[in-house]
Design a binder for this molecule. Sequence first.
Ligand code: A3P
Length: 272
Amino acid sequence: LRGLRVVAIPLPANATQRLPGAIIIGVRKGGTRALLEMLNLHPDVEVAKAEVHFFNRDENYRHGLSWYRSQMPVSLPGQLTMEKTPGYFASPQAPGRVRDMDPSIRLLLIVRDPAERLVSDYTQVLYNRRQRNKPYPPLEELLLNHGRIDTSYKALQRSLYHLHLGHWLAHFPQAQIHVVDGDALIQDPFPELLRVERFLGLPPRISSSNFYFNSTKGFYCLLSGGRDKCLDESKGRPHAPIRRSALRTLCRFLAEPNRIFFSMVGRSFAWC
Ligand code: A3P
């Protein structure tokens, strides 16, 4: 690198770190990273690259809003700052804390078939354990207890969307929470993003030419400024197997929670 001069480009005087105007609150494994990266294509959006875990973790919340702000990207006036922390959705403290910060904040909730979400959630923990050479029981062992759904299994609890949404609706009007269909975002990101732009009051700047289907990855990847970006390999990897009978039991169990969720959001999804 000798001879190479590093030139620091000065930021405009009005560029600063701002609290978010919108947050992706969940769901874990719902496509939260894809949604954030896709919204980041918009010139009026600046996003926090890492999950912040401010409202759901006491040890972070204790640092206060100045700490939270320091986790945000630099933005210009008129730009929208966003962060995503999927752990917020199922955190009972998060909704009240978010409202205390900004009662008019806009919230994005990306959902996905909760049975598939659960398997994805299990798969993520399994991979993490494997990396540390730690054993992890088969999914059925965690999910079932004497053939019935074990409701103490955390990944199952995270798939009970109606319970968590209930906490958010106690603090925010429904109109402030936009639900994104995570399965539709996988199939064709553009129409879902158009709806999100509208919800966020952003001029439509993301276009279908920002996406191309990468057949090796099996997912859409992003194109921006001549650069090509796919999400990392932890997104869209093969799921751990689940026995057909266990999946049937899970789907039967989720039917009622799903029905309640559909009536809460006023629309239905083609889930199991
Ligand atoms: P799977 O790995 O189970 O397929 P999150 O970012 O909230 O953890 O969500 C991960 C999920 O995002 C992945 O789950 C994948 O299905 C989904 N996803 C949506 N759009 C994607 C894209 N364009 N590339 C990769 N994964 C995407």
